[in-house]
Design a protein around this ligand. Structure first.
Ligand SMILES: C[S@@+](CC[C@H](N)C(=O)[O-])C[C@H]1O[C@@H](n2cnc3c(N)ncnc32)[C@H](O)[C@@H]1O
Length: 281
């Protein structure tokens, strides 16, 4: 599992120097100097990302280490130290993610895709590399500096037409999300809901509904939650019934109706829940 319990603390943008120093010490054992094999899909994506090929081949590992170190300086999460924050496999292994790529690439499709909690935005770069036109791609994250690191890593600030918005999914209504409201057909939320307890998950879910096109009959919200079964993990990874009840409440609050599907994989040490929420019209 690639999810990291300490990432739950990502829900506040500003960290004090003391918090940073403490986390750096706690997570020092996870800081790796080697690029792990799981980063192969990311490396393949960088090869096709428009950076001049000789440059990529000669410097790929150095580029990844440099970007990882910049992210580590923003906040030294364990997943950053271990490089798993650049691991694309949880997305690529999701059959629904693969089905969504086909849906977005249906000839004539004008559907839009938003990645909530997109981090550096590699999912959107992957979709663009798979042929989805970047103007139909949107990403949002609390940390503007993660979005900037994504532009730096893929060298695409001037050429992508994807829309990146920094904003707090739990914050008060503000203008930062204006570009997203009513624009989206499909929302992806990977390793996002599990950062919060139920009340805040509900808040984020209602905001997501506001991002969807009001007339979109095929609206879909999907992704995954999970991680190590640390004490009180049940507060973060809602069970099937609590998750379904939450979406009933989201429906009532937003005048919409939803059908939920969940797929749970669990062991003694960890749990992963893949979910899909379909609009019922
Ligand atoms: C665990 S990372 C997941 C990144 C990516 N989706 C993935 O699957 O690898 C969670 C992301 O959510 C973002 N995040 C945390 N709290 C947020 C909030 N309140 N509003 C928007 N994004 C938030 C973090 O900055 C971080 O990039």
């Amino acid at each position: 599992m690639d999810f990291c319990k300490i990432e739950r603390k990502m829900s506040r943008p500003q960290k004090t120097p003391k918090e940073i120093a403490t986390a750096a010490e706690q997570n020092a054992h996870l800081y790796s100097t080697q690029i792990p094999p799981q980063l192969e899909p990311m490396i393949r994506l960088l090869r096709t990302s428009g950076i001049a090929p000789p440059d990529v081949e000669a410097h790929l590992h150095a580029i990844l280490i440099e970007q990882r170190d910049k992210a580590w300086a923003i906040f030294p999460y364990g997943a950053i130290g271990s490089f798993s924050f650049l691991d694309m496999n949880p997305s690529l292994d999701d059959p629904l993610f693969q089905a969504v790529i086909k849906r977005l690439n249906t000839p004539g499709s004008t559907e839009t895709f938003l990645d909530v909690g997109c981090g550096l935005g590699f999912v959107l770069r992957y979709l663009a590399a798979e042929g989805v036109s970047s103007e139909r791609l949107y990403g949002t994250d609390l940390q503007e500096r993660f979005l900037d690191l994504g532009y730096d890593l893929f060298h695409d600030r001037d050429r992508t037409k994807a829309t990146y918005v920094s904003g707090d999914m739990l914050g008060e209504e503000d203008s930062s999300f204006r570009k997203l409201r009513g624009q989206i057909d499909i929302i992806y939320a990977s390793a996002f809901f599990h950062l919060f307890e139920a009340k805040d998950q509900m808040k984020a879910a209602k905001r997501m509904v506001g991002f969807l096109k009001p007339d979109c009959e095929n609206a879909l919200i999907f992704g995954q939650n999970g991680g190590p079964k640390i004490p009180s993990w049940e507060k973060y990874v809602l069970d099937k019934n609590a998750w379904s009840r939450m979406w009933d409440e989201v429906g009532k609050a937003t005048g919409t109706s939803w059908r939920t599907e969940t797929n749970v994989e669990s062991s003694k040490e960890w749990i992963r829940v893949r979910f899909a929420i379909y609009r019922v019209v």
